[in-house]
Design a protein around this ligand. Structure first.
Ligand code: SF4
Ligand code: SF4
Length: 354
């Protein structure tokens, strides 16, 4: 295992971190790719990753990751505390909610998290999060009190990450990306504030979907060439830990064009790298629509269709009547919206009829 410095926080983190979604049991609303092992098995999976040099373990509050936080706490109690870094998060946006979430997490972990993220910050909740007395201020207060060591913002949105990178209250960032959805990684390469803040990356396997066509070495090597500090890999079993962590993966270059061409042999995908440059005059999230569509094609059909139906009900009629579709010219791939929206709607309908 190799190690990198986590930006301004200065922590030394393993290049591969342990994501705990596959450990959770319960009816958690995360993308359903978890295995629900019993606590003993979960702890031994984490122990095997630890023995291979992993020192960063990431989880989330109970209402998001079920009992994963509790299982991580069991593991944390079994090793010298100073040898691991605990990263936790909650989707709480006001100051009082965040304070309660952190206190509850400390109880469930039986330990103080090193990093605590405001989770899934986006443009709808960002003003509350960043406002005086919001979740970020609460994390700063908890840091002063010694309940956490570092504050963080986790987001799937590039604009939100840029805002967080410029905020001195934020110590660490968490974002998503992989060799297919690499648009944000490409943009962050040239963004000094983001790189200097320190980035932990999730969704490296795209919820396991890219493992159908690529090896862990290709997926991990493909993102290690970006200036991130650690790549979180969802691990539920000893074999998965071994596949992700038993060797040092060299950064490798697999061009986006090659990835898209390779995946297109088997899946009818839209050629989007999730760069989030598309601008819609009605602020529709085209990149999310395309992401759910691609995940539907890659195999998470029911989960993706649920989200697609919600988005399509909001955007379809507007796209059909949009006079000049500025989203097309702002997309580096020149994706022909609104035709694509119609094709996606048709595809969802056909898939539902089967
Ligand atoms: S076609 Fe018009 S309404 Fe639809 S996403 Fe593009 S800009 Fe927005
Ligand atoms: S639709 Fe185009 S601009 Fe939008 S995220 Fe995808 S590639 Fe980027």
């Amino acid at each position: 295992m190799r190690y990198r410095t986590l930006g301004a926080a200065g922590l030394t983190v393993s290049e591969i971190g342990f994501g705990t979604i596959p450990l959770l049991a319960g009816d958690a609303p995360v993308l359903p790719a978890y295995r629900s092992p019993d606590p003993e098995t979960a702890v031994s999976s984490m122990r095997s990753a630890y023995d291979m040099g992993c020192n960063l373990f990431d989880t989330a509050a109970y209402d998001e990751y079920g009992d994963a936080e509790y299982k991580l706490g069991l593991f944390a109690a079994s090793v010298p505390r100073e040898t691991i870094i605990l990263s936790d998060k909650a989707r709480k946006y006001t100051g009082s909610e965040m304070r309660n979430a952190v206190l509850t997490s400390c109880d469930r972990l039986g330990a103080r998290p090193d990093i605590y993220f405001v989770h899934q910050v986006d443009e709808r909740n960002a003003d509350v999060v960043f406002s005086e007395g919001g979740a970020l201020d609460a994390l700063c207060e908890l840091k002063r009190e010694g309940l956490i060591r570092f504050t963080g913002v986790a987001s799937h949105y590039y604009a939100t990450l840029e805002r967080a990178a410029l905020d001195p209250r934020v110590d660490v960032l968490q974002m998503s990306g992989n060799i297919l959805e690499r648009g944000m990684l490409e943009r962050m390469k040239d963004n000094r504030a983001l790189v200097e803040k320190g980035v932990i990356l999730n969704k490296v396997y795209a919820a396991g979907l890219l493992l159908q066509d690529y090896t862990p070495a290709e997926l991990i090597g493909g993102i290690l060439r970006y200036p991130i500090s650690s790549a979180l890999i969802g691990v539920g079993t000893f074999d998965e830990a071994k596949a992700a962590m038993r060797q040092e993966y060299l950064p490798n270059e697999i061009p986006f064009e090659d990835v898209f061409r390779y995946l297109s042999r088997n899946y009818d995908l839209v050629k989007c790298d999730r760069c989030q440059r598309c601008v819609c005059r009605r602020r529709h999230e085209l990149h999310s629509v395309v992401r759910y569509f691609n995940y539907m094609k890659l195999g998470k059909a029911e989960w993706a269709k649920r989200h697609l139906r919600m988005y399509l009900s909001k955007i379809q009629k507007y796209c059909a009547a949009c006079p000049d579709a500025p989203c097309v010219s702002s997309c580096p791939q020149n994706l022909p919206f609104p035709e694509i929206v119609e094709l996606i709607a048709q595809s969802v309908e056909n898939d539902s009829e089967r």
